[in-house]
Every structure is written in C-alpha cells, then in structure tokens.
Design a protein around this ligand. Structure first.
Ligand code: FPP
Length: 251
C-alpha cells in the first residue's frame, strides 16, 4: 500500500468525532450588523445548516445534533417565534427528500406536546421516511431544554417506583440516561457554540459531562465546512481523560 493510501485509511474515520452537537448562535447579530431584520439572519441560518449537514456527511461525522429551538425561545416576540416555526416547516418540506436521498436519518428531541399538530406531523414524517438511513444521523433539538429532558426522565422513573415496579435504588445515572429522549445515542464528543458566547444555555446538560466544548467567534449564518474543520482540529488537540489518567485523543 502506498503512503497516500495508508493516510487515506486513517481518514476520515480517525480524524473526526463520532457525535458533534452545535449551538447555532448569532443569527440576530449577523443580521443587525448588516442593518437587516433578524428574520433574514434566521433565513441565512438555514442555509448554513444545509451546508453543515453536507459537510458533516462528507467528513464522516456519524451524528450531528443541532439546537434549533429551545424551550426558552417561546419568550421571544410572537412574530419571531412564528418565523422560526415557519423555517422549520419549510426546512422539512423543502429539504426532506434531499436529506433522505443523501442517507440522512432525521431524529427529533424535545417536548412535542406544545407544538402545533402540523409541525408534529412533519417531524414524524421526517423521522419515519428516513428511519433506515445510516450515513448521518441528524438530531434536531426542537422545543428542547436539557433540564426539562432530565425532569421527564425522572418523572418516567418515578412512575415506575410509585407503581412498585422499580425500587428507588434503581434510579441510577444509567437509568436516567436510558430514559432521555434519545437514549441509544452516544454522548456528544464535541459541542460547538458559534457567535463567541461561552455557555451551554440548557443544551444537552446531562450528555455533555465529558464533551469537549469549542467556542467559535463566527456568527451562525457564516458557519461553513472550514469553520467545522477548524473546530474539529481544536477538538483533536484536546486530551480526553473521562476522569481517568490515560489520555484518549480526538476520534
Ligand atoms: C440563535 O440566534 C439561533 C436560534 C434561536 C435559532 C436557530 C435557528 C436556525 C439556525 C434556523 C432555523 C432552523 C431550523 C431547522 C428551524 P439568535 O437569534 O439567538 O442570535 P443573537 O444571539 O445574535 O440574537
């Protein structure tokens, strides 16, 4: 085997984290620095999302989780909430066929009960249509809050305990993990937040216990493959020890 072929064998699987999660922040600031309405920032944010899903698939990332609408985003002005709901509808209607053709499996985490029935149906349609795809799992966190997700897991376990089907001692970290919204998925290896803010804002708090956090100054609408590659390069420079002593580096 020639050297270039040998190098190829190590990429992309060895070079990239298995699960990347992104807090897509800065749409509003991207727009206001250009004198544009915030809605234009969100619209351009959807374009950045399309680019990023394609780049993630090309790079060999297995799971991409995106924070699309937080449980706290309802506090925004009604017209902005309507705009974000409209963008989700259009994203699924316009992009679902292409996502499906390119092997993307769409999953959704978050509380669905508060969503309108047409959005619930679209989310279900996306999940059902793409169920057997294996190239990339796109996890859409919509009406999602991590504290709420952990509380839902605790409630499910409490019901079992109250019914006498489970001893209280069975409420372990593993049991809580098993009752989260997507219990079968591995924790994110890398969480990226755009726009320069450095906090998790109620995103994947349980799953982030050992994630590497990378904050990039780029506003979300400007995010592209090279920004993603830069964040992955930073991730690979980190030493992951998971509380132990032996370093496990980025893959
Ligand atoms: C943060 O920017 C972004 C959001 C609240 C929503 C993220 C949504 C998208 C990228 C587009 C929608 C995509 C789907 C699939 C619905 P911000 O408004 O908080 O920006 P700011 O902090 O600069 O004001």
């Amino acid at each position: 085997m020639s050297i270039p072929e040998a190098l190829n064998v190590r990429t992309p699987e060895f070079a990239v984290p298995r699960h990347v999660a992104i807090i897509m922040d800065g749409n509003g600031r991207w727009a206001s620095t250009r004198g544009l309405p915030r809605s234009e920032g969100h619209r351009r944010g959807v374009e950045a999302l399309r680019r990023t899903v394609r780049a993630a698939g090309d790079l060999g990332i297995g799971i991409l989780t995106i924070f699309s609408f937080s449980a706290e985003n309802w506090a925004r002005p009604a017209n902005e909430v309507r705009e974000l709901m409209g963008l989700l509808r259009r994203f699924i209607r316009n992009d679902l066929a292409e996502l499906n053709q390119s092997g993307v499996h769409v999953r959704v985490i978050g509380e669905r009960e508060d969503l309108s029935s047409d959005i619930r149906s679209l989310l279900e349609e996306a999940e059902e249509l793409t169920l057997n795809n294996t190239k990339l799992t796109l996890v859409v966190a919509f009406n999602y809050g991590a504290r709420q997700e952990i509380a839902r897991a605790a409630q499910r376990l409490a019901i079992e305990v109250a019914a006498g089907r489970l001893p209280a001692s069975a409420i372990t970290a593993e049991a809580i993990t098993a009752h989260l919204d997507a219990p079968d998925l591995p924790d994110p290896d890398l969480i990226i937040r755009t726009s320069g803010e450095q906090r998790l804002s109620n995103f994947l708090l349980w799953q982030a216990a050992y994630s590497e956090l990378v904050f990039v100054p780029t506003y979300w609408p400007d995010f592209d493959r090279s920004t993603l590659e830069g964040a992955i390069a930073e991730y690979r420079r980190r030493e992951r020890r998971f509380g132990g002593l032996i370093a496990q580096t980025g893959s």
